[in-house]
Design a protein around this ligand. Structure first.
Ligand code: 9UX
Length: 68
């Protein structure tokens, strides 16, 4: 079990939140995604070590960008 919080750039509405959450949720092993619009973060819980590149790709797929 692993929990990581990422910064997501570009989210401005609740649809963005849903898109990001949906894409990240497709990553194998991810059991929960909490996207915070106010803070611009996505907290991801996974049952296996999280691949940052996979999260970055999912965020990109949703149309946003991972911050540092
Ligand atoms: Mo949130 Mo609408 O980006 O383009 S404002 S989905």
């Amino acid at each position: 079990m692993e929990t990581k919080t990422y910064t997501v750039i570009g989210m401005t509405c609740s649809h963005c939140v849903n898109s990001v959450g949906s894409e990240i949720g497709k990553i194998p092993g991810v059991t929960e995604v909490q996207v915070d619009l106010t803070n611009g973060t996505a907290t991801v819980i996974s049952d296996r070590p999280l691949d940052d590149a996979a999260v970055a790709a999912a965020v990109d797929e949703a149309g946003y960008e991972l911050g540092r």
